[in-house]
Design a protein around this ligand. Sequence first.
Ligand SMILES: [Mg+2]
Length: 226
Amino acid sequence: VIKAILFDIDDTLFPSGEFAEKARRNAIAAMVEEGLNRDVEAAYRALEKIIRKYGSNYPRHFDVLLDNLGVKENRARLIAAGVAAYHNTKSTIAPFPDVPKTLVRLRDAGYRLYAVSEGKAVKQWDKLIRLGLDFFFHGAFISEELGCRKGVRFYRIIARRLKLKPSEMVMVGDRLDKDIIPAKRAGARAIRILQGRHALKRAGRVRPDSEVRRMAEVIDAIKKLG
Ligand SMILES: [Mg+2]
């Protein structure tokens, strides 16, 4: 019987890919507004490349961008414009519309709810708080705090901490490689949510117990698991 439901954050609770792109585009637009004299599309692609190379937690994306674009003048003003626009966009993130009511229904039905995510703990909580979802969850498990990335061990540690058998947990997420396959291999159940850029990937040998198109369908999917 299912006792705890684990939810991935990015592209499960909110459209993270869309917001990331919007934040980057707004940053470039603001920099151009402040005097960056470069092609907007080229600057956007250069920024994407830098984020891929240095990772999303690197604090100096815009400095490197100006280096790569060969900008020597007016740098502080341009960087400040980019950072401000990026953060302003970040503060507009919102959950998929059916997420809050689904979480309330599942809580009312007696399940314990946890957010589980890979990355820096403060950053993951920052998202939950900005999304207004922090109080819906009984807690969160973040890879930085667990000391391992989302793999089989990650889900086993969570089961141990919750004093549950893995089979009493269900993982809800968009990614086969991080949410579905390792959770299933750890003995948990898994529901795949077909949202974001990973929605088109084909499942291989290890398959989710069910696939849903949006969060509201998770309620029925969990009932079917028994
Ligand atoms: Mg995700």
